[in-house]
Design a protein around this ligand. Structure first.
Ligand code: BES
Ligand code: MN
Ligand code: MN
Length: 462
């Protein structure tokens, strides 16, 4: 495309400044205290889309946070790209582990980002990646090079399960009709080796409450004679994995898709250093399901992990008490063909069945979603690969990710189109963690690569 590098060079400071402004708004969807900020962010996205050249930009009300929609339809006979992203972010805590305040973005150099990275909650997930699409559109409209139709759909509940978006998509199939869905909300291998995410894991998230005696008890007077809910809970949780780190829930693996040895050999070709992986995390050894490599364990295999556990006395000093209740939050990452609602049922049934009579168990399902795999032999994948090859000088590698974007499977069901996941983040960008950041290089490279996707997708579709 003409002059894209020039355009980015001329406008890069403004591109960064605009993103910095967006990152200052704490759009934490999980916490109602931030409701006004989430809504304010939707407004900011609306204005940005208008400025970038979108028509019919609207704040679409839903039962929850609104969807920002905008479009640029240039010719009904040309293909249509639907861009999806999210303007909400994860909570920032534990806040004390941030080196700078999460909503006061600063730019710092890192080993992985010698050109600098923006540090802020949402920098990579997903404001920075979403905003690349807005700036890519600006470039294409400003220079009269938009090759096809485009629709934007940016939501504010991705980090809490996308319930309102599901509601919205089901009611707006025609309006959202498209030939391909384009998302930047994943990662790539490194700044010299782009990759295209070809799979996402599904998710089942449950919360457990276990009750023993009807009140907290003196651990001397009652200790040893009644069930301690924390002891029981930890024992039950420990039993969910066997000595090979297989999950013990009956039926859990029934529908798991087993990859062929050829497919696994293909996967193993992706550049990966186990030593660098261990070093980056300060661990002596990795840990996981027997018979699978690290990259397999975190992409093509399902998991069960405690995400939070609490109960009893956790304040200063010691208090001798047997708590009446104990709690845990558990996430199960699923692979294609595992149905998340079915897995939630299997979990609940199993967990209830292994509980001793001395306690009562309550399992509350939270959100969930199906996994996703996308083929590499379609126009969307090929166009994305061509775009990356042009901007990075090497072909992109297909890679299945361990993360989840549950709404992607629903897009396919409701809108009947494939999703292309062009992510520009790095695993080391610390999404969901303290000190989340996004490389300036990645941000600008995204803005440069996206218009080429439009170009090749249009050329190859016609
Ligand atoms: N953008 C992430 C998902 C992601 C990140 C996928 C990196 C692949 C690579 C998304 O915002 C996210 O955090 N999803 C949640 C699921 C959601 C239902 C809360 C997740 O994966 O935990
Ligand atoms: Mn995200
Ligand atoms: Mn996220």
């Amino acid at each position: 495309m003409k002059d894209i590098k020039l355009y980015i060079n001329q406008h890069k400071d403004r591109f960064v400044d605009e993103l910095v402004e967006l990152l200052k708004i704490p759009s934490i969807s999980a916490d109602v205290a931030y409701k006004n900020d989430v809504l304010k962010t939707a407004d900011a996205v609306k204005i940005a889309l208008e400025k970038a050249g979108c028509d019919n930009v609207e704040i679409c009300e839903t039962p929850g946070y609104p969807i920002v929609y905008g479009e640029k339809i240039i010719d009904k006979n040309l293909p249509t790209v639907l861009v999806y992203g999210h303007y909400d972010v994860q909570p920032a805590d534990p806040i004390e582990l941030w080196d700078s305040p999460p909503f006061e973005p600063i730019i710092k150099k890192t080993d992985k980002h010698p050109d600098g990275a923006i540090f802020a909650r949402g920098a990579c997930d997903d404001k920075g990646q979403m905003y690349m699409h807005v700036k890519a559109l600006e470039f294409m409209t400003e220079t009269n090079q938009l090759p096809c139709n485009v629709k934007f759909m940016i939501e504010g509940e991705e980090e809490v399960g996308s319930e309102s978006l599901a509601w919205y998509v089901k009611r707006n199939q025609e309006k959202l009709a498209n030939d391909v869905i384009l998302i930047s909300d994943t990662g790539m291998i490194s700044n010299t080796q782009p990759s295209i995410t070809t799979g996402l894991r599904g998710l089942s998230y449950v919360e457990i409450e276990i009750t023993g005696p009807n009140r907290d008890l003196h651990s001397g007077l009652y200790g040893g004679a009644v069930a301690n809910p924390i002891n029981i809970l930890t024992k039950m949780i420990a039993s969910l994995h066997d000595e090979n780190n297989h999950i013990t829930i009956p039926g859990f693996y029934d529908n798991v898709e087993e990859l062929s040895l050829d497919e696994r050999a293909e996967m193993a070709k992706a550049p990966f250093s186990l030593d660098a992986y261990k070093k980056a995390l300060d661990i002596e050894e990795t840990y996981g399901e027997k018979g699978y490599t690290t990259n397999e364990r975190n992409s093509i295999r399902p998991t069960l992990d405690v995400n939070g556990i609490w109960g009893g006395y956790t304040g200063e000093g010691a208090k001798t008490v047997i708590a009446s209740k104990a709690y845990a939050k558990i996430s199960m990452r699923l692979v294609p063909n595992q149905d998340w609602q079915e897995i939630t049922k299997l979990f609940t049934k199993h967990f209830e069945s292994i509980a001793p009579k001395s306690v009562t168990i309550k399992v509350t399902p939270h959100h969930g979603g199906q996994g996703y795999v996308t083929p590499t032999n379609n126009v969307g994948y090929k166009a994305a690969n061509r775009a990356y090859t042009e901007t990075f000088g090497v072909q992109a590698i297909p890679q299945r990710s361990g993360g989840s974007i549950p709404i992607v499977a629903l897009f396919e069901d409701e809108l009947k189109s494939k999703t292309i996941l062009m992510g520009f983040g790095l695993d080391s960008d610390a999404i969901h963690s303290p000190n989340e950041h996004y490389g300036i290089f990645n941000y600008l490279k995204g803005i440069e690569t996206i218009p080429l996707f439009y170009k090749y997708f249009t050329e190859m579709s016609l």
